[in-house]
Design a protein around this ligand. Structure first.
Ligand SMILES: C[S@@+](CC[C@H](N)C(=O)[O-])C[C@H]1O[C@@H](n2cnc3c(N)ncnc32)[C@H](O)[C@@H]1O
Length: 235
């Protein structure tokens, strides 16, 4: 990759700002293809169901009443709102996203739902605006592939999780190195391909951050680029 991390983030931000300001995605995979159940989506605003994910981390996360949950790259808020139902009034869900237009969309969706146990914060997932050891669970849906510094993301996940806290993420990975041309192509990055790394490297990066029991719960594929659901725990 010949671009700086900030150049990559800026291009990704521009793409997602356009998506946030547009209509709900018409041509991506349907929510059911991504693993959502029609009944769980009932009651969510259409503007929250944008078809931008690559799995359903909330369904696999085993969220309990009272949990504090953090969603990395929360987009229009779909997984924040689903997690909020499970965390209940005594729990809290925080969505972090770097794109102001996406945060505005998520805030508007929160107002439509009239719920109070969610909060959206602007920030990078490589430098989370969240205090140390405060989250029971970190979830994320198709976002870490978009981050140019994945080691920093997993180090941040370790920092914000309480000891014993868990990470449950859906993401895109590869079965080998991508061609260099793709790693420099802004459209390939924004469509969750250009920044995807080999699954083995992804798991190694999670372990290098100090998280344990890194495990693939679900996987589409085989590759060359496929979605996975990965969990890990802070010891
Ligand atoms: C593919 S969308 C997924 C949105 C949401 N998780 C979903 O499933 O609908 C990626 C989101 O991550 C955000 N994002 C990408 N890179 C980020 C980064 N480095 N830090 C914070 N947010 C980021 C984008 O602004 C966008 O809202």
């Amino acid at each position: 990759m010949t671009k700086t991390n900030e150049e990559v983030r800026s291009e990704v931000r521009t793409s997602y700002a356009e998506i946030a300001l547009g209509d709900t995605s018409c041509c991506g995979p349907s929510p059911t293809q991504l693993g959502y159940d029609a009944t769980e989506l009932a009651g969510l605003p259409d503007e929250a169901v944008m078809g931008l994910g690559c799995g359903n981390p909330v369904a696999l996360a085993e969220i309990s009443e009272g949990d504090t949950v953090l969603d990395l790259g929360s987009g229009g808020g779909i997984d924040v709102f689903l997690a909020a139902r499970k965390a209940g009034d005594t729990g809290r869900v925080i969505g972090v996203d770097m794109t102001p237009e996406m945060l505005a969309r998520a805030e508007a969706n929160t107002a439509r739902l009239g719920i109070e146990n969610v909060e959206f914060r602007q920030g990078l997932i490589e430098d989370l605006p969240v205090e140390d050891a405060t989250a029971d669970l970190v979830i994320s849906n198709c976002v870490i592939n978009l981050a140019p510094d994945k080691a920093a993301v997993f180090a941040e996940v370790f920092r914000v999780l309480r000891p014993g806290g868990r990470m449950m993420v859906s993401d895109m990975v590869t079965d080998g190195p991508l061609p260099d041309s793709m790693k420099d192509d802004p459209e390939a990055w924004a469509s969750c391909v250009g920044g995807a790394i080999p699954l083995t490297e992804y798991l190694d990066s999670i372990r290098a951050a100090g998280l344990i029991d890194a495990d693939v719960l679900k996987q589409d594929g085989p590759g060359p680029v496929f979605s996975v659901a990965v969990r890990a725990t802070r010891p």
